[in-house]
Design a protein around this ligand. Structure first.
Ligand code: G6D
Length: 346
């Protein structure tokens, strides 16, 4: 395993560093300590062409201006919180309202927009951040760690840990946009997806869970066997149309430990298998990607990448029947997701 640290630019005279992890097979993962952003993942196709398979920018300034959370850690709470407010033990907390009157992905200056301390460890890098009491409206001083490690089984493991000195909310995820075609040669509409999930959460017009879950059977959300992403984009099913033709939904994962999520690009042969201890994965097909701007020279457009955000359920604080995202003083928040990159021969 090689780990290469390089300067990636400066913000307010503070240097941002990139950390590139390279395993013995040439698989590369690069991340920076601004937002713990994964800027590049280089993986081979079935003809051994090593190409980038995530959306990213060439410069730090583009990440500072980014509003699509490219490659970043979303938090203190990933997903939306209705009306940007919640109550804990009789106290109401008002969060930044950065999404049509609701709170999204930790607010205006969420975890994606802060500097993290970085420490090179065996086979990876550990990022740490102290989120002060009241940051974006959240209670409690929260100490967060995000660890990226790579092994020779072509697995990128992301581990999250957090502790608080006062009851608060926390569920964080990585918001990488995958595109297995390689160097964004194609969009993701012909990628296939398989998810071990029988139910997904119904969203309202503000993309907030209504609290109801829907059986996937006989809908374009049935990924229990491989399905092309395009079927949800061309469908007239109300929940696909609602989110701008595609998917932007939490899928409830079964508790078993099968390889829960499988993404494939049949043309290149690249595969991505994801295992997680989280209760849900938000599948977002890049429906809101801007039509201006570039990702490493490729013009941005809808469906150029797919996010598979393993996390707690969005707006869980307002739905007591959802698994809780409340973290109390003395408790340990921990979560682990493993991304395995592979090739499917012809
Ligand atoms: C849009 O609704 C989507 C979110 O799910 C996504 O995370 C964000 O864009 C980047 O708001």
């Amino acid at each position: 395993m090689k780990i290469i640290q390089e300067s990636f630019g400066q913000i307010d005279n503070q240097t941002v560093f990139s950390y590139t992890l390279v395993n013995d097979h040439g698989l590369e993962v690069t991340a920076i300590n601004y937002g713990c952003i994964i800027t590049k993942i280089v993986a081979p196709d079935r003809n051994k062409n090593f190409e980038n398979i995530v959306l990213g920018y060439d410069t730090l300034n583009e990440y500072v201006k980014d509003s699509s959370y490219l490659g970043a850690i979303a938090g203190r709470v990933a997903g939306r919180i209705k009306d940007g407010s919640f109550e804990l033990d009789g106290t109401e907390y008002l969060l930044a309202k950065n999404d049509h009157g609701n709170h999204l992905h930790g607010g205006i200056k969420g975890f994606n927009k802060v500097f993290w301390d970085a420490e090179i460890i065996e086979d990876g890098v550990r990022f740490s951040y102290k989120s002060p009491d009241g940051e974006e409206g959240y209670p409690g001083n929260l100490i967060v760690q995000v660890t990226y490690t790579l092994n020779n089984n072509n697995e990128l493991t992301i581990e999250y840990a957090a502790q608080t000195d006062k009851k608060t909310l926390v569920t964080v995820t990585n918001h990488s946009y995958f595109n297995l075609s390689g160097n964004l040669k194609r969009d993701i509409l012909n990628h296939t997806l398989k998810i071990q999930s029988d139910r997904f959460l119904e969203l309202d017009s503000e993309f907030i869970p209504t609290g109801k879950s829907i059986q996937v059977e006989d809908t374009p959300f049935d990924f229990t066997s491989e399905r092309a992403i395009n079927t949800g984009v061309t469908s007239t099913y109300a929940q696909n149309v609602l989110v701008g033709e595609g998917y932007d939904h939490p899928f409830l994962l079964k508790t078993n430990k099968d390889k829960e999520i499988n993404l494939k690009d049949p043309e290149s042969g690249r595969t991505l298998t994801i295992e997680t201890d989280e209760p849900a994965v938000v599948v977002y097909t890049g429906n809101s990607l801007p039509s201006e701007g570039e990702f490493c020279g490729i013009t941005s457009r809808k469906y150029l990448g797919i996010c598979l955000e393993t996390q707690g359920l969005p707006d869980a604080v307002h739905h007591p029947h959802f698994p809780t995202v409340i973290l109390d003083k003395g408790e340990q928040y921990s979560s682990k997701t493993v991304y395995q990159f592979g090739i499917e021969e012809n």
